[in-house]
Design a protein around this ligand. Structure first.
Ligand code: ZN
Length: 295
């Protein structure tokens, strides 16, 4: 089971959160049949969304991350709830690109750098809070860091990693580390944190060594006293249902709803996040069309 923990230094100056999202990203890879570079892009975005979701502090709240930089992947979306459970999708999941000169997957090129990184937080009441920044690198962790700096003026360090087996393209490990400097942090604390961050190894290197997410936070906050604020068990979770599918269809014109059935008399709607297929009979479509008309 994957986990997130959130920690805070005892002087209240720095918050750190770490995620092991290995199973979650493996599930996403299975559902969407993603290529290595698409697994890395979607996996990083899911891990980032999960970390940001766990910080929402409100039941029924959710955060949606959306990135499209004009690259071959198209739009990549990840949605997480306030317990860190998440789901996501990518327009073109089978895109393949040559590796970068350093042997790494070229997520930045696959996402593209010409476009917008959007963050929407929905607290289940009132209008959602929407923030947008221009894409910095398309590598996702850097875009999340830049979003917090530009849009929310919160100094943030975000590191996300997805490790994929070079031989068989299987996803092996994924995780992330997220650190924020809180208001009132003094210069000594910031200097110490900066020193720690410069010494940090990549997230997947730490996970591959067998480090726990607790040890990852301790390494990031070396020299500080810290306590664990909370811990969540997380997974790839979709909230689709027949009711939601019918509600989505009911926004169409009644005649268009009735024309959805094929020659066998059924219409099929596939959830873009989990792949579950909902089958609607002609009677179902008639009922939805009638309720749409009466609105
Ligand atoms: Zn679904």
């Amino acid at each position: 089971m994957d986990r997130i923990i959130r920690c805070i230094t005892s002087d209240g100056s720095i918050m750190a959160a770490a995620i092991d999202s290995t199973y979650l990203v493996a599930t996403a890879q299975q559902i969407h049949g993603t290529s290595p570079v698409a697994t890395a892009a979607l996996g990083r975005l899911l891990s980032g969304a999960s970390l940001m979701g766990s910080m929402l502090k409100k039941e029924n709240a959710s955060v949606t991350l959306k990135i499209n930089g004009g690259g071959p992947l198209g739009t990549v979306i990840a949605i997480a709830d306030s317990r860190g459970n998440c789901r996501g999708c990518v327009d073109h999941p089978t895109v393949q690109l040559p590796l970068k000169a350093n042997g790494k997957l070229d997520v930045g090129k696959a996402v593209g750098r010409d476009g917008i990184f959007g963050v929407m937080r929905d607290f289940g009441e009132g209008s959602p809070y929407i923030g947008q920044v221009e894409i910095k690198s398309g590598e996702i962790a850097e875009d999340i860091t830049n979003y917090f700096a530009v849009s929310e003026q919160i100094p943030t360090v975000c590191a996300l990693g997805v490790l994929i087996d070079k031989a068989d393209s299987r996803h092996l490990l994924s995780g992330g580390l997220f650190i924020q400097v809180l208001p009132g942090a003094d210069q000594a604390a910031i200097d110490r944190l900066e020193h720690n961050v410069n010494e940090l190894e990549p997230v997947t290197t730490m996970l591959a060594k067998g480090m726990t997410i607790e040890e990852m936070c301790e390494t990031a906050l070396k020299g500080f006293e810290m306590e664990i604020l909370d811990e969540f068990q997380i997974g790839y979770v979709c909230n689709c249902s027949r009711e939601r599918v019918e509600r989505a269809i009911s926004t169409l014109k009644p005649e268009d709803i009735l024309s959805l059935a094929d020659e066998s008399g059924f219409a099929e709607a596939k959830c873009q996040y989990c792949g579950h297929t909902y089958r609607l009979s002609e009677q179902d479509l008639k009922r939805v069309a009638e309720s749409a008309q009466s609105k």
